[in-house]
Design a protein around this ligand. Structure first.
Ligand SMILES: Nc1ncnc2c1ncn2[C@@H]1O[C@H](COP(=O)(O)OP(=O)(O)OP(=O)(O)O)[C@@H](O)[C@H]1O
Length: 668
């Protein structure tokens, strides 16, 4: 969203909030606080002076809840970054600016994510503003997110209006967030810890929070129905495409699959059920063919449309990924390109079969990797871009190549480009190509860019976080319109590519700092997969053995238990790449096909427990390995298989260690 449109929405939201306050007066505002207090006292039997202990849902449940809300949380986090910046600007003159903590909760009031400055983190933790804590009224009394979720409305809860005295220095501004077809997703809340300002001073904050809620709703909707056309509608043309319009997802048969929260009132419909499942032609005065034509030829253009009893408004339509129109466009684009340039891959490549097993093999026996493979397989043959995240050396490049080889694009080229390795001024010409004479020093005859070279196949943009801002808009156009305009040319060339990008950087934080375009981030991030660091993989021993076999090129090699333990316990900042290099070097020194501790680099041996890997005597209680094992046992409820796997050791090794550390008789 541009700054100008944001300012416009902000002004409208502020004036709406002010006029509703003027209309209801302070008595209206107190009504909802009064009602909430009554609920806490009479229904939930809470005592303001003696609050019950704060409730946390527990690690396993939190993980599951977060998994279920992954898209919501991801979108919420980006918006919270932006919102905190907005609030800071808004209240910059006031000392309270630096005291805000933002929370995203699910519909039950469970905190999914918290965002604040480092200076507030400790206080937020002390106030239980942490993922997993429950802020619904029943557990936390009257409070911003809890009361907002109960009332299904934006709510301010100012200082002593909180039910529990421990919260009486806070001021919360919270708004509910709605998903498709009337499903409540959760709430977003901005809490000022230690608020000195008046209640009236919260008007700008609640306006900003409500707007953020709406932005998350719209992003969630468009991300959830990528296989549908998204129709945007408002009675006023200047508001189509901004967070005030209403969204409908229309499938390729013209049926309304979903509507957002504002649609029923905007269309004067009785409810979601009266719209969902109906043909778009019954609700609006437009045929499916005409809608498809708009999507194909004029996406984003705004045109007048009639609905219901001669009511009028304005609409625009975003194309779906898989509409028939889109499919036609891609096929004709591909044909046009094939005619223009000899881009067909060599015959032997076309005959090659996809290699799904290679992708599966990368998971080894690690659950997180297996989940990555499972998710990648689900999207690899769809028009969904994939973003690979992870530390250096975790295998992003390897994974991208394996996806390509397993996909139905395997016969066409896989073209990789590292945005970090190419000087900034050359990235544009490398990617988009250029015509003869496009710039001084350009090759006669021009150059075909990487995007065209990848036609029909996969373009891998490594280190995408290093893509200069100045080129990001052109890349976005390539992704949206599937065509490129080489430098020095005015003729667009259609391309059919799947884009996989990768980075070790925190792209969301870069978006928040304005260093990476948000729209491009969402385009690239159709599905994001995080490669686990080597130290997090539960199959370290297997991986070590596999890499050792690969590096020894079939020769029979063994690793002594002490050397294996050192390899398993090292924390591998360079991940699989560092491990591979270490094994390669160790193999060069190994005698009689045995890798021993003294063949390993000093750094790795130094990180081994001082007592050595297999000490003969029971060890002291404070031994760090013992503590690590106890912590893992507790985390896995003393389940031996799960604990052993989380530590990257076999069950037998774990039993030996339990025995050695005198842990065999611990209570279950
Ligand atoms: N799952 C895996 N199993 C075995 N070896 C792997 C696996 N993934 C990666 N490797 C090996 O690890 C090394 C580093 O992999 P890769 O270059 O793909 O990492 P990367 O995350 O792209 O690194 P960078 O971020 O530095 O570009 C390579 O030698 C690769 O063969």
């Amino acid at each position: 969203m541009t700054d100008a449109s944001h300012d416009m929405m902000y002004a409208a939201a502020t004036s709406a909030a002010k006029s509703s306050r003027a209309a209801s007066g302070s008595a209206g505002r107190e009504d909802y606080i009064e009602a909430a207090w009554r609920r806490c006292r009479d229904d939930y039997r809470l005592n303001p002076e003696a609050p019950p202990a704060a409730v946390h849902v527990g690690g396993a449940a939190l993980r599951q809840i977060r998994e279920e809300h992954a898209l919501f949380e991801r979108l919420g986090r980006v918006e919270m970054h932006r919102l905190l910046g907005q609030i800071s600007q808004q209240v910059a003159q006031s000392a309270t600016a630096s005291r805000y903590v933002l929370m995203l909760t699910d519909a039950d009031g469970t905190v999914l994510d918290v965002f604040t400055d480092a200076a507030n983190a400790e206080r937020a933790r002390a106030a239980n503003m942490m993922p997993g804590y429950m802020w619904d009224e029943q557990h936390a009394g009257v409070n911003g997110p809890g009361t907002s979720l109960h009332d299904r409305r934006s709510r301010v809860v100012h200082r002593e209006e909180h039910y529990f005295t421990r919260n009486s220095r806070m001021t919360c501004s919270a708004a509910p967030i709605w998903g498709a077809n009337g499903r409540l997703l959760g709430a977003i809340d901005a809490t000022c810890l230690d608020c000195d300002d008046s209640r009236a001073a919260q008007v700008p904050t609640i306006a900003l929070v409500s707007m953020s809620a709406r932005i998350i709703e719209q992003l969630h909707f468009t991300n959830s129905f990528r296989d549908c056309m998204i129709m945007r509608f408002h009675e006023r043309p200047e508001l189509v495409g901004l967070p005030y319009d209403s969204l409908l997802a229309v499938d390729s048969d013209g049926l309304i699959r979903a509507v957002d929260n504002s649609v029923p009132s905007m269309l004067g419909a009785a409810g979601y059920n009266t719209l969902v499942g109906r043909s778009v032609a019954e609700v609006f005065d437009i045929s499916l063919d005409r809608l498809l034509e708009h999507a194909e030829t004029q996406p984003f253009a705004i045109w007048p449309i009639a609905h219901g009893n001669d009511r009028h408004g304005y609409a625009s339509v975003w194309p779906a990924k898989q509409t028939r129109a889109r499919a036609r466009a891609v096929v004709s684009a591909r044909n046009a390109l094939v005619e223009r340039a000899p881009l067909r891959p060599p015959a032997e490549m076309r005959q090659r079969k996809p290699e799904p097993r290679e992708l599966v093999a990368l998971a080894g026996a690690d659950r997180a990797m297996a989940h990555n493979v499972w998710r990648a397989e689900r999207v690899m043959n769809r028009d969904i871009n994939i973003l690979l995240l992870g530390e250096t050396g975790t295998g992003k490049d390897t994974f991208a190549r394996a996806i390509h080889r397993a996909s139905n694009r395997h016969a066409a080229p896989f073209v990789a480009m590292s945005c970090a390795a190419i000087p900034e001024q050359l990235i544009e010409s490398e990617l988009f190509g250029y015509e003869t004479g496009a710039f001084t020093g350009a090759r006669p005859g021009g150059m075909r860019g990487k995007a065209v070279a990848a036609h029909g196949g996969t373009l891998f943009l490594d280190e995408i976080g290093d893509m200069p801002l100045s080129i990001q808009a052109r890349l976005l156009r390539l992704l949206e319109e599937k065509e490129i305009v080489p430098l020095g040319s005015s003729t667009p060339t259609p391309v059919d590519i799947k884009v996989i990008s990768a980075t070790h950087r925190d792209l969301e934080a870069m978006v928040a700092r304005g260093e990476f375009r948000m729209d491009l981030y969402y385009r690239l991030n159709g599905l994001s997969l995080t490669m686990p660091a080597l130290r997090q993989r539960s199959d370290r021993q297997d991986l070590i053995e596999t890499l050792c076999a690969e590096e020894s090129e079939g020769a029979s090699i063994s690793i002594t238990p002490a050397a294996m333990q050192a390899l398993i316990e090292h924390d591998w900042p360079g991940n699989i790449r560092e491990l591979r290099n270490t094994l390669r070097t160790a193999l060069a020194f190994a005698e009689a096909g045995r890798i021993e501790v003294h063949h390993l680099p000093h750094m790795i041996v130094r990180t081994m427990p001082a007592h050595g890997p297999v000490p003969p005597q029971p060890l002291a209680e404070e031994d760090p390995e013992r503590e690590r094992i106890v912590a893992a046992l507790e985390r896995h409820h003393w389940r031996i298989a799960a604990t052993a796997s989380s530590l990257g050791i076999s069950r037998n090794t774990l039993y030996r260690k339990l025995h050695r550390y005198g842990l065999m008789n611990e209570p279950h």
